[in-house]
Write a protein that binds this ligand. Structure first.
Ligand SMILES: NC(=O)c1ccc[n+]([C@@H]2O[C@H](COP(=O)([O-])OP(=O)(O)OC[C@H]3O[C@@H](n4cnc5c(N)ncnc54)[C@H](OP(=O)(O)O)[C@@H]3O)[C@@H](O)[C@H]2O)c1
Length: 238
């Protein structure tokens, strides 16, 4: 059993009890990757894990609130004790709390909560898991951003969400540069407008289409890109 745990790549996906994160877990596990489905609400996450199990997809569940440093630290200890490795990190957890609100009116608490979850959550996950990746000189990090985080396309409204994704994109560039010379690749991506609780029922893209570029970046070969912003597997404007 322990040999088995060591041999297969290990992936951690945040915010995976539903939506794009859930679909990402399904596809990674189908690839034969040991996948840890995490969620801030344990009962929702266990339910999601059971749903996949009924499809014949086996993965592991662990609680994780990305806005809670203690929760990140507990997950890291669990991963180190049980697997002694982390090959893939998908920073997918996100909130969109200020849809359509003016930057002049969005409550500061909403701005803080959004940045704490969407940006600091992803940054703190990187700070916890990159040292493991450095030790093994292998890692693939996918930051699930948004076209709304593109500065060249940025219009008014929904500023908390847009700025949180802009920060995530900036963090990707900075980390990629600091990781030059290692086999750790960190990229950011936009899934498009996807039918999930966040995207709503009118969105044109399926969960599977939304997860496609995530899976591609999570399984990049050693000569694949790093420090990029991608949409539909192609570079997109920052
Ligand atoms: N759907 C789109 O059209 C679209 C477009 C561009 C980018 N994105 C990005 O894609 C990612 C996934 O979105 P989605 O469409 O799948 O949205 P979703 O259905 O609303 O799912 C978001 C997930 O994030 C989790 N989450 C929120 N705060 C968390 C925290 N503090 N710790 C851990 N998990 C947390 C949620 O958990 P709970 O169930 O506990 O709330 C949920 O599982 C997000 O980063 C989003 O910004 C989505």
């Amino acid at each position: 059993m322990s040999q088995y745990l060591h041999d297969k790549p290990l992936a951690v996906v945040t915010g995976a009890n539903r939506g794009i994160g859930f679909e990402t877990c399904r596809q990674l596990a189908k690839f034969g990757i040991q996948t840890i489905l995490t969620s801030r609400d344990e009962s929702k996450g266990r339910k999601a894990t059971e749903t996949l199990s009924r499809e014949g997809i086996e993965l592991t569940y662990h609680q994780l609130d990305v806005a809670d440093l203690g929760s990140i630290s507990i997950l890291k200890s669990y991963v180190m004790d049980r697997y002694q490795r982390c090959d893939i990190l998908v920073n997918n957890a996100g909130v969109f709390l200020d849809r359509g609100m003016s930057i002049l009116e969005v409550p500061l608490d909403t701005l803080k909560k959004t940045i704490e979850t969407n940006f600091l959550g992803a940054l703190n996950m990187c700070r916890a898991f990159i040292p493991i990746m450095r030790d093994q000189n292998y890692g693939r990090i996918v930051n699930v951003s948004s076209a709304m985080g593109s500065i060249t396309r940025m219009g008014g409204y929904s500023s908390a969400y847009k700025l949180s994704k802009l920060l995530m994109n900036g963090m990707t560039r900075i980390s990629a540069d600091e990781l030059r010379g290692t086999n750790i690749k960190i990229n950011t991506m936009a899934p498009g407008w996807v039918r999930s609780d966040m995207g709503g029922p009118s969105a044109p893209r399926s969960l599977s289409q939304g997860a496609d570029t995530i899976i591609w970046l999570a399984t990049l070969p050693d000569d694949g890109p790093t420090g990029g912003f991608f949409e539909n597997r192609n570079p997109t404007a920052w």
